[in-house]
Design a protein around this ligand. Structure first.
Ligand code: IMP
Length: 420
């Protein structure tokens, strides 16, 4: 199994980090293909909790090469802090490789992200305010600063000053934000550049060679399908493409190199930020799911909105990612419920029902979920699934036409059942 993509099948936070952590043990190379510090993985290992934003969780295994691909955007300060945090806890980072083509998130991107959200007021997207949108916008406008620019201090300073001349105008005139101090920022960037330079590599070549050598490569997406810039619930999306196809562009390999696409979905659904969410739970059960599932963001600490499992949206994820199997995480969170509703269709405003994800925003914004109540199992999940939990999983498999290969049953890494 040379290359496997792991992709979020919902709105992010599906527990991909844990699944990647599990599969990384049997992999040689682990790559992130898009996103930046808007993502956050929490991995619990031997009672120790690791929170990573940029670095794939494979780094926790000695000898795994971890790649941050060209499709990512990197906040250099954040990445340096992550490297330091790992090294301080005795985890070597020598096998980390960063694509020279990845773009850098600069302080003005962060300032513009926050200022833009403030300006939008009630219409805000609810971004993580990590500068993601503005950094990808500059990339598309071909005025971004790339990781390879840090290889030459003179180029870096030059690019930095040119960019800031324009960005300070934007900050002051559009956003009523004080200008950023060029000298101080350039000095700070040079410090980060010195730290990051040894990690910069031609990661497309590296992954290609690994695949040619028969090595096992994991390609890990951040966020999730419904946050995809092209196929998600626009404009309430992130500014990159989390879907599996983007693994090829984000890493720099061809689509024929990918063998498996594993979707990761929670046994229910969560969403952070604004935007429509048909199966959002109403009433006291909302708080119950949030508390049991500890649904607070890794990156922003924000409370996550919780909903029942949405099979219409999941079927869409199967389609746009070409999922070959599914990992269903956090099934244990549902263990105390007598009945577990699952959304099987949407009822549109005109009264018609559909099992296919609406192609147009107005249909999606106004649809209502049609739930099928499934019996709860009302006991803890141990080494095997209780009958009703097994039925829940089978129901999902049948509705989607995709096997569920892994089930998450608790926070620790050993709490995953493999269903073959
Ligand atoms: P941005 O990616 O910070 O621009 O935020 C855009 C939207 O994506 C917002 O609704 C965020 O809450 C959401 N988002 C971004 N990253 C994640 C993530 O890792 N998990 C869940 N939602 C995310």
């Amino acid at each position: 199994m040379p290359a496997t993509v792991i992709v979020g099948a919902q709105w992010g936070d599906e527990g991909k980090g844990k699944i990647v952590d599990l599969l990384a043990e049997h992999s040689d190379v682990v790559c992130r293909y898009q996103g930046g510090p808007n993502a956050g993985h929490t991995i619990v290992r031997d009672g120790e909790t690791f929170k990573l934003h940029h670095i794939p969780s494979g780094i926790l295994y000695p000898g795994r090469v971890c790649v941050v691909g060209a499709g990512c955007v990197i906040d250099p300060g954040q990445l340096v802090r992550e490297i330091d945090g790992l090294e301080e806890r005795g985890i070597p980072t020598g096998d980390l490789r960063i694509s020279g083509n990845a773009h850098l998130i600069m302080p003005w991107h962060v300032a513009i992200d926050a200022a833009g959200e403030r300006r939008l007021g009630r219409l805000q997207i609810g971004t993580t305010r990590r500068g993601i949108g503005p950094a990808y916008a500059d990339k598309a406008a071909r005025i971004g600063i790339r990781v390879q620019d840090i290889l030459d201090p003179k180029i870096l300073r030059q690019k930095f000053e040119t960019a800031l001349a324009e960005k300070n105008l934007e900050l002051e005139r559009l956003h009523d934000h004080p200008p950023l101090e060029a000298e101080e920022l350039a000095d700070r960037m040079e410090e980060y550049a010195d730290r990051l330079r040894p990690y910069v590599d031609d990661t497309s070549l590296l992954v290609d060679r690994a695949l040619r050598d028969g090595k096992r490569v994991l390609l890990e997406g951040a966020q999730g399908t419904l946050l995809d810039l092209d196929h998600g619930t626009y404009p309430f999306v992130t500014s990159s493409n989390p879907i599996a196809g983007a693994a090829t562009t984000g890493v720099g390999i061809g689509p024929t190199r990918i063998d498996r696409v594993l979707g990761v979905a929670k046994a229910y659904v969560t969403r952070v930020g604004e935007g429509p969410f048909p199966t959002e739970i109403e009433g006291p059960e909302h708080a119950r799911v949030r508390e049991i599932g500890a649904e607070f963001g890794t990156t922003t600490g924000r409370e996550r909105r919780c909903g029942w499992l949405d099979l219409v949206a999941l079927r869409f994820a199967v389609r746009v990612n070409g999922l070959t199997s599914l990992a269903l995480t956090k099934l244990d969170v549902l263990s105390s419920f007598a009945e577990v509703p699952v959304c099987v269709r949407y009822r549109l405003e005109d009264g018609t029902e559909t099992a296919d994800f609406p192609a147009h925003q107005s249909d999606f914004h106004h649809c209502r979920p049609v739930f099928e109540p499934l019996p709860g199992w009302q006991r803890e999940i141990g080494g095997e699934l209780p009958a009703a939990a097994q039925e829940y999983v089978s129901f999902v498999e049948e509705a989607l036409g995709v096997p569920v290969s892994l089930v998450g049953t608790g926070a620790a890494r050993e709490h995953v059942l493999s269903l073959g």
